[in-house]
Design a protein around this ligand. Structure first.
Ligand code: SF4
Length: 383
């Protein structure tokens, strides 16, 4: 199984962020850590036979949690769960929120992979996103991480930032590539309703129409060109694209994420965390006070428990698996569902192959590069 732990704390909320995260005071952070440790203990008996091949501590900004709280959480994980000796153990962190001591402490608990949220090396773009750091702070954090002995680092970058253009994106990528991180994730900015960014975006579009501003969010076509540029530059720098938004040097693909796309069962603990096992999907409450109350009164902090039907499981197998460059295996589908994939999806597969969007060879089915470009549209066909 895989394990996910959610730490919902950030120095401040970024303008575009709709994750379950926020700036809370130290008392809440400490109370939450205690509750999380209780939740870990609550699930431990039911998972005593499971062995965990990956752990991912995400957020939020896990590195913003007090070091002694993180230390206690990591202790609890080691005490309660069977973590494989070679487990991939990732922690997310943000520039400017880590110290050398913190990094040494998490490393001593087995954290071997860091995922650093950079987004851009252009300080004006970082400011527009409402990030707390500039490029120099990122460089400092990156150096601290290398000095602490982290040799598996992901750097997140973003396309579609307001005002971003091919020149600034090229500079961001060359700045990052020069540092030689083992893994680079490249996501496009999604403007989510309910975020300050959404309000601003609506306003900006209006002002843009009136010709009052030149700063803008890229159109879909421009966004696509930026993504294609990123892909090209990463390819030239020998990063292999193993999933729509993820690029890695050989051997450094994120095993935790691959497990998610392959529908490996996972246990998620913490505020809003989702779990997937026994063909059920469980989701914890997103209200931090309710979360703490429920856990402290001995109740699992679940907000939903949904049984996944066979049809839905098949659809998930397809649209998650096809996100990966290697695609899916016909034999794996047959083994999982005791059914030939042709019976369920033969028509769709033949249609997409004839349109040049899918390849089907050697027992595997995968998106072509053209198919990957419009993957969102194509993958819906399997729903
Ligand atoms: S650091 Fe990440 S989780 Fe925190 S507010 Fe910004 S985008 Fe959201």
């Amino acid at each position: 199984m895989e394990l996910y732990i959610h730490i919902p704390f950030c120095v401040k909320k970024c303008e575009y962020c709709d994750f379950v995260s926020g700036a809370y005071d130290e008392k809440v952070r400490r109370d939450y850590s205690d509750a999380l440790i209780r939740e870990i203990g609550m699930y431990a008996p039911a998972f005593s036979d499971a062995s965990f091949s990956t752990i991912y501590i995400g957020g939020g900004t896990p590195s913003w949690l007090e070091a002694d709280c993180m230390d206690a959480i990591l202790d609890a994980l080691q005490k309660h769960f069977n973590i494989e000796a070679e487990a991939e153990f990732t922690m997310e962190c943000n520039p400017g929120t880590v110290s050398a001591d913190f990094l040494h402490m998490i490393k001593s608990h087995g954290v071997c992979r860091l995922s650093i949220g950079l987004q851009s090396t252009d300080d004006a773009e970082l400011k527009r996103l409402g990030r707390i750091h500039d490029f120099n702070r990122f460089l400092h954090t990156y150096e601290l991480a290398r000095n602490a002995g982290f040799y598996d680092i992901n750097v997140d970058i973003m396309t579609g930032i307001p005002g971003q253009n091919k020149r600034t994106l090229t500079r961001t990528l060359s700045d990052v590539i020069r540092l030689k991180p083992e893994h680079i994730s490249c996501y496009s900015l999604i403007i989510e309703e309910g975020t300050p960014f959404y309000e601003k975006y609506a306003e900006d579009l209006e002002r843009q129409r009136r010709g009052e501003i030149t700063q803008y969010l890229p159109t879909d076509d421009e966004e696509f060109e930026l993504y294609a540029l990123a892909r090209q530059l990463l390819f030239e720098a020998r990063y292999e694209q193993y999933e729509i938004s993820n690029f890695a040097r050989e051997g450094y693909e994120c095993i935790h994420n691959i497990g998610y796309w392959r529908r490996v069962p996972y246990l998620g603990l913490g505020l809003s965390a989702a779990s997937f096992y026994g063909e059920h999907r469980y989701t914890n409450t997103t209200d931090i006070y309710e979360y703490m109350d429920m856990v402290n009164s001995g109740e699992k902090p679940l907000a939903s428990d949904v049984a996944i039907s066979r049809q839905d499981a098949m659809a998930e197998f397809m649209y998650l698996g096809l996100r990966m460059t290697e695609g899916i295996s016909r034999a794996d589908f047959a083994a999982a569902f005791d059914m030939d994939i042709e019976v369920r999806y033969g028509n769709i597969i033949r249609d997409l192959v004839s349109r040049g969007m899918l390849t089907s060879a050697g027992g595997r089915i995968a998106l072509t590069p053209t198919g990957r470009d419009i993957s969102n549209q194509l993958l819906c066909e399997f729903l």
